[in-house]
Design a protein around this ligand. Structure first.
Ligand SMILES: [Zn+2]
Ligand SMILES: [Zn+2]
Length: 267
């Protein structure tokens, strides 16, 4: 599975996944022009995207979805709460996700997990390439980690995980206290320590990529997020790459099912 993060942070989030020639977008949190420009840097034509799955209705996840879906013919999937909360979406025949059931989108299977966040019906996702077997988990915009998410995120090959803020930077930072409290609440955003704890719980030898995402511009630094998570997973079996996604730049990697590769090498 090819993974292309078009950008991540409070000013927009979108991830293109490709398995066996089919492309799926998770979130469309940039305007259509920016989505097209970021995709162009990764040689992805917007009309080659089959469908978009929305995690929730906040503008940094849906800003471009209506224009882009209309322009390039994308099918739109979201929970009932997300569809209701996204202005203009109901006119575009969106397909409602049943969170309890896996969603099969041609070459990929998407499992959804409910997340605690101040939105209508937010989700995290695990996307699996049906033929290649590789599994990617994406969890951002969650105030804490529910048990169901930790369970679903076992045995991933790749993980895109929110490391939104450092607690001390948030409290010493420029935001009004009411905003600080909202971010730090159990339905806000994940801090570095909570991200580190989840990463540690799902770390295993087959996990090849951990990408920290949705970093706050004011209340975190890439170095701090990375060092906090690195300290937590260094003592586990994790031997993969730990990187930090950026708000304004594209990050790409390819996921391979590690165990399958090891099995093949034994033949
Ligand atoms: Zn967000
Ligand atoms: Zn949000």
């Amino acid at each position: 599975m090819n993974v292309t993060i078009l950008g991540s942070g409070s000013r927009g989030n979108a991830v293109v996944l490709e398995a066996d020639g089919i492309r799926l977008l998770i979130d469309a949190g940039f305007n259509a022009k920016t989505l097209a420009a970021r995709m162009a840097t990764a040689d992805i034509a917007p009309e080659s995207i089959s469908a978009v799955v929305l995690t929730h209705e906040h503008s940094d996840h849906v800003a471009g979805v209506c224009t882009a879906a209309r322009r390039w013919g994308w099918k739109i999937f979201g929970t009932d709460g997300t569809i209701r909360g996204t202005a203009g979406l109901s006119n575009l025949n969106p397909i409602t996700i049943d969170v309890e059931l896996p969603l099969q989108l041609e070459t990929m299977r998407v499992r959804c997990v409910r997340t605690p966040h101040d939105a209508g019906e937010p989700i995290a996702v695990v996307v699996e390439g049906i033929a290649c077997g590789s599994r990617l988990g994406i969890a951002y915009d969650l105030g804490h980690v529910p048990a169901g998410l930790t369970r679903e995120f076992q045995q991933l090959d790749g993980l895109i995980l929110e490391a939104n803020h450092d607690d001390e930077m948030l409290r010493a930072g420029p935001y009004p206290v009411v905003v600080q409290n909202r971010i730090a609440s159990s339905h806000g955003h994940l801090n570095n320590r909570a991200a580190a704890s989840l990463a540690r719980q799902v770390a295993h030898r087959g996990l090849r990529h951990v990408v920290l995402a949705h970093l706050s511009q004011h209340n975190n630094t890439a170095a701090l997020a990375r060092s906090t998570v690195d300290a937590a997973i260094r003592s586990t079996d994790f031997r993969g790459a730990l990187t930090v996604s950026r708000q304004d730049a594209v990050t790409s990697f390819t996921l391979q099912r590690a165990r399958r590769a090891e099995q093949l090498s034994l033949l």
